[in-house]
Design a protein around this ligand. Structure first.
Ligand code: PLP
Length: 370
């Protein structure tokens, strides 16, 4: 394992303290933690299944695995997965952080992740003691670097930018990975939150237009945290290559990290209900529209942000830290883009995961920020 730096979000503490001085209170738009209640049907499923005296099945209950298979068919244009092609996981952050280790990466092996990326992809490489490299076009790397690639992360819709990869872009990654025998892991946790051109469907790694009906070395990573307000449940899953799923399941049987039985029940119920997802999406749509309008009217630029829970925001002649400071002075906490790689130095990330009241406060204060 390589030493990890102090968790970057600690450096926001002074700005959070400054924002808290605002007479009408702090509005925190910096982190993507859901602010609305977990839907009642999910809470009820959890509450009805508190007798969990035996160990839960590592591979997931048959009902849960069938619910995951049906969800892929219904919501992700991916029909025909077997229940041996899916596996519940404790959170997807945990999976992202440990996947290189679980896949047995070592020595000169290399992990590729997007240029502007959720930092845990790099952390996973550090935990496995292998190198990681930020690249959106790994096919352009030199031959000896390409030979070392064992795992390629894609993240669409992306955190922090909200960019979406179309089927062609995803297929290109898959085709390249096949030439070098690398695993492609696609983190799709915002897939149900497409806006504008992506309202109806955000492409996924496993769908035939991308995978060409060959799931070898492909893993889709999904989380219920965002779409179902279940971040506290740590309820997630992976799906794809059944050989890889079998190996990961075997490892987990040895190492644990079983998803608790009451959570498996709640996850099964959540996956079977599309209505709460739609309702939550409608809430985020309203907040997104309000924040977008306030920001553009106040002179900010918004790029990408076509899906997911973030607006990727910049303002002429400001770097991310000067914007963080200006927002803090208005009692609003935002995330600096530099947390996600050097390309983000002039951007901030504004999250839609705040209550309606907090968003209304933000909209009121944004005109005074610049
Ligand atoms: C791209 C991405 N992947 C994974 C996660 C982690 O989600 P989970 O709650 O399942 O750990 C997040 C959370 O913000 C994320 O933005």
């Amino acid at each position: 394992m390589r030493p990890l730096p102090e968790y970057p979000w600690e450096s926001l503490k002074p700005f959070r303290e400054q924002a808290a001085q605002h007479p009408d209170g702090v509005v925190d738009l910096s982190i993507g933690t859901p602010a609305d209640p977990t839907p009642a049907i999910i809470q009820d499923a959890l509450a009805a299944n508190t007798d969990a005296h035996g160990y839960p099945p590592t591979e997931g209950s048959v009902q849960l695995r069938e619910a995951i298979v049906q969800w892929f068919a219904r919501r992700r244009k991916t029909a025909g997965l077997g229940i041996d092609a899916v596996l519940p996981t404790v959170g997807s952050k945990e999976l992202v952080a440990w996947l290189p280790t679980l896949l047995g990466l070592s020595g000169d092996d290399l992990v590729i992740h997007p240029v502007t990326a959720y930092p845990t992809y790099g952390v996973g490489a550090d935990l496995a003691d292998v190198d990681s490299l930020a690249s959106d076009e790994p096919w352009n790397l030199d031959g000896s670097t390409k030979e070392r690639i064992k795992l390629i992360w894609v993240n669409s819709p992306a955190n922090p930018t909200g960019a979406v990869m179309d089927t062609e872009q995803l297929r290109k990654v898959v085709q390249f990975a096949r030439t070098i025998g690398a695993v492609v892991a696609s983190d799709e946790c915002y897939a149900e939150l497409g806006w504008d051109d992506w309202e109806e469907h955000v492409p996924g790694l496993l769908e035939p237009a991308v995978s060409e009906n060959n799931l070898e070395n492909l893993l889709a990573v999904y989380s219920m945290s965002k779409q179902s307000n279940m971040a506290g449940y740590r309820a997630s899953f992976i799906a794809g290559d059944n050989q890889l799923i079998a190996e990961l399941t075997n490892l987990r049987k040895h190492a644990g990290m079983m998803v608790p039985a009451p959570i498996q029940h709640a996850l099964t119920v959540a996956l079977g209900d599309d209505q709460h997802v739609q309702e939550q999406k409608d809430r985020y749509r309203r907040r997104r529209n309000q924040l977008k309008e306030a920001l553009t009217t106040a002179g900010f630029s918004i790029t990408h942000s076509q899906a997911g829970l973030y607006l990727w925001v910049s303002a002429e002649d400001h770097d991310c830290w000067s914007l963080v400071e200006k927002f803090a002075a208005a009692g609003i906490v935002v995330g600096p883009g530099s947390f996600y790689g050097p390309v983000g130095e002039n951007n901030i990330r504004i999250s839609l995961t705040a209550s309606d009241e907090a968003v209304a406060q933000a909209v009121k204060r944004i005109p005074q920020v610049l």
